[in-house]
Design a protein around this ligand. Sequence first.
Ligand code: FUB
Length: 324
Amino acid sequence: MIKYLLTSLFVGLFALESFAIERDTTIHSNGNPIITHVFTADPAAMVYKGKVYLYTGHDEAPTGHNGYVMHNWLCFSSDDMVNWTEHTPPPMDVKTFKWAKDDAWASQVIERDGKFYWYVAVEHGTIPGKSIGVAVSDSPTGPFVDARGTALVTNDMTKAMKHPWDDLDPTVMIDDDGQAYLFWGNGICYYAKLKKNMTELDGPIKTISLPHYTEAPWIHKRNGWYYLSYAYEFPEKTAYAMSRNINGPWIYKGIINELAGNSNTNHQAIIDFKGKSYFIYHNGALAADAGSFHRSVCIDYLYYNKDGTIKRVVMTTEGVDEAK
Ligand code: FUB
């Protein structure tokens, strides 16, 4: 009997332990928002070896709380944009950056030479204001470690805006010639070259003037055009500009997404996957109240015109079909 009880206890403890370290939960999304068991915000997506990796912020404000409470970032992957694997535990926490205080805000991951670089906005611990850090991993799902031990961009490095939260929302791109660029900013869009190591700026920080620019830049390239989409006004719509050169001039092309329901932010990512283009954003659809601080990621199709301009996004309840 004692032997039986001890065996049961051991099996029970083993099951509990397995549950605690359980990885890779599968989610079948049922339209928009695509993830419903947890609040997800500020999406960034990367296509790597036939899969989409979706990195999001994580809204954890108590119900009714009017303000962001965000301490870690989440990661999901999919072969078809509908069936998602949640990589748990969350692959990165704001504590990864010892110099940071809190606020795991918007981020983006990019691959270079088999390493994955995760650029994030966080509140700096000693230099007042938002700052940008970069973590690195050998795998898109982590574990990630601080790549520098210090911030890549701090508020005292940028002077174009007086408010201390102008250094947020990083977006990265590696151009066809191998040169990498970092864009970011609230109130103004900053950009700078990155060294090949992806962890140091390579030259001066420049600014781009865009109509009604608020934040959330996303840089992508397609058929020889550079696209710079961004949050427009506040509450936010999404607008974009196009250029033949990453250094501009940028030609403003208009709004691509309207206000996202029940959220004053919109925060887009744009990717191509298996022959289709996708607009990934967040809204406040799952929130009982304070939707701007309880956001959820949604995915709809993005369509280009023949001349490369972008058609306005239709936000839907149904979302997208399985990509084949
Ligand atoms: O998630 C915090 C902030 O909200 C982000 O930095 C902005 O882009 C907005 O989505």
